[in-house]
Write a protein that binds this ligand. Structure first.
Ligand code: GLN
Ligand code: ZN
Length: 781
């Protein structure tokens, strides 16, 4: 029998139960016991889902309340000393203090998990880090699953990956100094899991798909040698621990590890999981000498995307493997299913044509079970049981073929006009008429802005009233016209407030947008949106990526009506507000039948038309947000320049259709720019607004060193906190900015949009910001 397993499963719950339980607990509305009860219920349900789908092992250890990397850090006893938890038992309060900060200490830093939109808490490692095993919570979870009758595989962040992802604030601390200690704790853990009768442990060593230097590879060798020695009863492991040690499955998701084939062959592994969706060709490097007795877990169902599997194609890949390996072939999704929504059947309003083309996490388990069934049936062929005779299988294959056929043949998938336009893109279409220095003069003549102009990033507080109006509209209780009036009233309100505050460049406030990507996805052809397709982003936060299934067509203007209404209310310039092509692509589930670059260009063309339409309607400034600009950056350095070039080209295509006098802004909010600065400059936006306040403007040094040629608005206050920064604090940041960037090229703005803030602090903070600008202008004059 071919065994099916999953590297991981969504933990937030089909109805985001975990989110609501966490937030109720944090607000103090419900006790710890209620949160723990919900978490237990959700664990039982996910294991049940896996068992019911026919998986031979259910996955335990990936059920984090907040983040699985944090769980690993706690497992290793590596809470940073600055929190002062000492030997105290880490409970919910301590766990959430690490995740969200407390009165004395900021939270652990958070960053993206490889090239996904999931954010993990970065292990903070330094010379004071001492590791010790705290496996109680994990062992309890194992017992819980066993008590429910499940055969358990424990999934953990691998020791190498945990170390690689760690960060040190001490420049001279080398995390590899912890290699031995980390290996030691994992070895002990394996013993404890073995004693509980856990048969398999999956170590997620995603770091292996990134660029690792010789030093890191040596550390990896040392770690796995130690884990192997534990198995052989050497190096101090007790005989019992060795006998009971679970088997090790190393999982390498998100890329190609064929360059490590020889090295991996030498590690003491009982199984290796390969991502055959991202890197199908890597198999060739492994196959000729697949180690005797080792399991190959074939990741053939895409864990990063929502398309139904092409079962016939998967079977073609798998059949020879099955022939060679027999039961040593396992089936799995390419990576953890954390990155896709839970279940398709929750969707009742999803585009009826598109829905049969999709498979979410639960459906993907079903696909894997079917593939296993097909392989097993085919190998019984000799005994007379032909795969084709199997009715279930025949139906599934037919449905898979039909879905794929329908998807490729749909009129909405292929729009000849769109394809022709992409083919006809020329170099001039990605060039503004003049260089920035010339444009800046034309723009100043048109806009007449004061020095150090003040502006905001786009959104203003999404108040309860706005959300209520939207919900009523969705339920059909508020008609289209009434909803439009409600939104217009909000726009009028924010315009009046901005005028009263004395801001120079205004925004309409984005009250009509639930989400900066979904708003456009709902209006562009080629996109479908879901009701419940939530994916965890970090902690209790989820995103609902829209599904980009077809050629992108802009059927009518998307934002012109709102922008011109806002502009009609004031003599000051109002910025048009769009989400850029790179971000639209990055934050969507994207069709896999067309190169992503092509899709990105289709998006860029649609946005270009919108930019031109805004200009024609009298909008003099258009901001094209690209907060996800570097998110899709390939994991390996060698692949990055080509990707960045394509991203820049798409952005420029969307922006370059306007006259010199129309000012293009872009906005990005993260703090790693230095490695991509040449490309940011190549985007050639007239103004870029970025997040800098939390790094105390340090980020600007890179821009200064690079001699960034266009205008910059470094964020002067952190919008993530309700704290109202003082005039002096902002002045201090601005003086630092003035020291590195010429004043004629500086703008003054917050770090990011204000939609998560309340009005009271927003108004106070912006008043201080405008006052800081006034004082600085006074000093300059
Ligand atoms: N214009 C958007 C806003 O202000 C930008 C959001 C973002 O950078 N993520 O909300
Ligand atoms: Zn932002």
């Amino acid at each position: 029998m071919t065994l099916v397993h999953t590297l991981g499963f969504p933990r937030i719950g089909e109805r985001r139960e975990l989110k609501f339980a966490l937030e109720a607990f944090w607000r103090g509305d419900s006790p710890a016991a209620a949160l723990e009860e919900t978490a237990r219920f959700l664990r039982a349900r996910r294991w049940q889902t896996q068992a019911a789908a026919g998986l031979g092992l259910v996955t335990v250890g990936d059920c984090a309340l907040y983040d699985h990397v944090l769980d690993t850090t706690l497992l290793l006893g590596a809470a940073p000393a600055r929190f002062g938890f000492g030997a105290a038992r880490i409970g919910l309060a301590e766990q959430f203090a690490l995740a969200r900060g407390n009165a004395d200490q900021p939270a652990l830093e958070m960053t993206k998990w490889f090239d996904t939109n999931y954010h993990y808490l970065v292990p903070e490692l330094d010379a004071r880090t001492r590791l010790s095993l705290h496996a109680g919570a994990l062992l309890d979870e194992v017992r819980e699953a066993q008590a429910l009758g499940h055969r358990v595989k424990v999934a953990l962040v691998g020791p190498l990956t945990w170390l690689v992802l760690g960060k040190s604030h001490e420049a001279d601390f080398d995390r590899r100094a912890l290699t031995g200690a980390v290996a030691e704790q994992y070895a002990r853990l394996l013993g404890e899991l073995g004693a509980l009768g856990v048969e398999w442990v999956q170590l997620d060593e995603t770091a292996l798909v990134t660029d690792l230097d010789a030093g890191w590879l040596a550390a990896a060798d040392a770690i796995y040698a130690r884990l192997g020695a534990a198995a052989d009863g050497k190096a101090g492991a007790t005989a019992e621990a060795a006998a009971a040690r679970p088997r090790l499955l190393l999982a390498a998701a998100f890329g190609d590890v064929s360059r490590h084939a020889a090295r991996l062959a030498g590690w003491p592994l009982d199984g290796l999981h390969l991502d055959l969706v991202r890197a199908p060709d890597q198999l060739a490097a492994f196959l000729p000498d697949w180690p005797e007795g080792r399991v190959l877990s074939a990741g053939v169902v895409d864990g990063r995307n929502v398309w139904r599997n092409d079962l016939r194609r998967s079977l073609a890949t798998l059949a020879p493997l099955h022939g060679a390996l027999g039961d040593r072939l396992w089936l799995a999704p390419s990576c953890s299913l954390l990155h896709v929504p839970v279940a398709l059947d929750a969707e009742t309003r999803l585009d009826a044509e598109v829905k049969p083309w999709l498979a979410f996490a639960t459906e993907k388990l079903g696909e894997l079970a079917l593939l296993a069934h097909a392989l097993d049936a085919a190998s019984r062929h000799d005994l007379g049981a032909r795969a084709e005779d199997d009715a279930v299988l025949a139906r599934a294959l037919a449905a898979s073929d039909a879905a794929r056929g329908a998807r490729l043949a749909s009129r909405r998938t292929l729009h000849r006009t769109v394809r022709a336009r992409v083919d006809a893109i020329t170099a001039t279409m990605t060039e503004r008429a003049s260089p920035h220095a010339v444009r800046a003069v034309a723009q100043q003549a048109a806009l007449g802005l004061p020095p150090l102009p003040t502006t905001t990033i786009g959104s203003f507080p999404q108040t309860a009233a706005i959300r209520a109006a939207r919900a009523a509209h969705r339920r059909g209780e508020l008609g289209a016209l009434d909803y439009l009036h409600a939104m217009r009233a909000e726009v009028a309100d924010v315009i009046a407030r901005q005028e009263a505050l004395g801001l120079d460049v205004l925004v309409h406030g984005e009250p009509e947008r639930t989400d900066m990507v979904e708003f456009f996805a709902e209006r562009l052809w080629g996109y479908a949106v879901t009701e419940h397709g939530w994916v965890q982003s970090y902690g209790s936060r989820c995103v609902k990526p829209p599904i980009l299934f077809g050629d992108i067509l802009r059927p009518e203007a998307l934002t012109v009506d709102t922008a011109s209404h806002a502009q009609s209310l004031t003599a000051r310039p109002v910025k048009g507000m769009l989400t850029g092509p790179v971000t639209m692509l990055q934050w969507s589930f994207v069709r896999d039948d067309l190169p992503r670059e092509q899709v990105q260009l289709q998006l860029a063309l649609a946005l270009r038309d919108e930019v031109i339409a805004l200009e024609a309607a009298g909008i003099r400034i258009v901001q094209i947000d690209e907060p996800a600009f570097r998110e899709g950056l390939p994991l390996r350095a060698a692949d990055q320049p080509a990707w960045l070039d394509a991203a820049v080209r798409a952005f420029r295509l969307s922006a370059a259709g306007v006259a010199d006098s129309t000012q293009i802004h872009t906005h990005m909010c993260y703090s790693e720019f230095n490695d991509v600065l040449p490309w940011i400059a190549a985007m050639d936006a007239d103004v870029i607004t970025i997040e800098t306040s939390r790094s105390n403007m340090e980020l600007l040094d890179g821009f200064a060193r690079f001699d960034y040629p266009n205008q910059i608005g470094p964020g002067v206050y952190d919008i993530h906190s309700p704290r109202v920064p003082s005039v002096e604090a902002m002045l201090a940041l601005l003086r630092r900015a003035c020291a590195v960037i010429p004043r004629e090229r500086l703008w003054i703005n917050p770090d990011c949009g204000l939609k998560t803030r309340g009005w009271i602090e927003t108004q106070a903070a912006l008043a201080n910001m405008v006052e800081a600008a006034r004082q600085l202008r006074g000093e300059m004059a």
